[in-house]
Design a protein around this ligand. Structure first.
Ligand SMILES: Cc1cc2nc3c(=O)[nH]c(=O)nc-3n(C[C@H](O)[C@H](O)[C@H](O)COP(=O)(O)OP(=O)(O)OC[C@H]3O[C@@H](n4cnc5c(N)ncnc54)[C@H](O)[C@@H]3O)c2cc1C
Length: 190
């Protein structure tokens, strides 16, 4: 049983996984590796003067797995409610999790299939997005959404930030108090 399962490992999903795993929660990213981010040439990612989408995606996933997140390359075909959370059914396997974050980018077939409320998108070339509250909750209790599929501006840094934000909101709900992840720079410590 995972604490948090994340569907998608683009900037939104991997960023959410990084925060969730670094907070000590059992975390899994399930990703079909069709991220639009692999096609991006990035000159507008704060703190990184220049990078290419494929590198950003690989490094993002590595950051999350370094803190213990599992990464499975597969397509989630269905999500079923259980007594303790959700069962995620992929092409080959099934996984259980208490919370789910949908970070599926422009793909909405899964979210529509499981009954997440949607609305027309406002971003260029994005058709449909999930309806979410300001924290990222969908209409299905325990299922949240982040990044492009949650309707935020379609830029890598914004979808990554939104993934982090949604993870922090879930961590705060699980822990019963606002969660922050601050590490302190100690220049004398090597
Ligand atoms: C050509 C192009 C150029 C761009 N250039 C820039 C740029 O210069 N600067 C910038 O800031 N942004 C740019 N972007 C936009 C940027 O890539 C996106 O805003 C952002 O990275 C999207 O992140 P995301 O995590 O929401 O979605 P994605 O990165 O698309 O990730 C979604 C992931 O979910 C997976 N998934 C979907 N459904 C399932 C399922 N059922 N089961 C398992 N996995 C699933 C997909 O395979 C994918 O890996 C560009 C985009 C494109 C297409």
């Amino acid at each position: 049983m995972y604490d948090i399962a994340i569907i998608g490992a683009g900037p939104a999903g991997a960023s959410a996984a990084l925060f969730a795993a670094k907070a000590g929660k059992r975390t899994i990213m399930i990703d079909s590796d069709k991220t639009m981010t692999r096609r991006a040439m990035l000159w507008n990612y704060y703190g990184i003067p220049e990078t290419v989408g494929p590198d950003l995606v690989v490094v993002g996933i590595q950051q999350a797995t370094k803190y213990g997140a599992d990464h499975v390359k597969s397509t989630v075909e269905d999500i079923v409610k259980t007594d303790s959370g959700f069962r995620l059914i992929t092409e080959r396997d099934e996984f259980e999790a208490k919370y789910v974050i949908l970070a599926t980018g422009a793909a909405t077939d899964l979210i529509e299939r499981i009954g997440v409320e949607t609305k027309p998108a406002t971003e260029p070339r994005i058709k449909t997005v999930a309806v979410v509250d300001p924290d990222g909750r969908t209409n299905i209790e325990g299922i949240w959404a982040a990044g492009t599929v949650a309707g935020v501006s379609v830029h890598a840094i914004i979808t990554a930030a939104n993934g982090a934000n949604v993870a922090i909101n879930i961590l705060s709900e699980i822990n019963g108090e606002r969660y922050v992840d601050h590490d302190i720079y100690k220049p004398d410590v090597k």
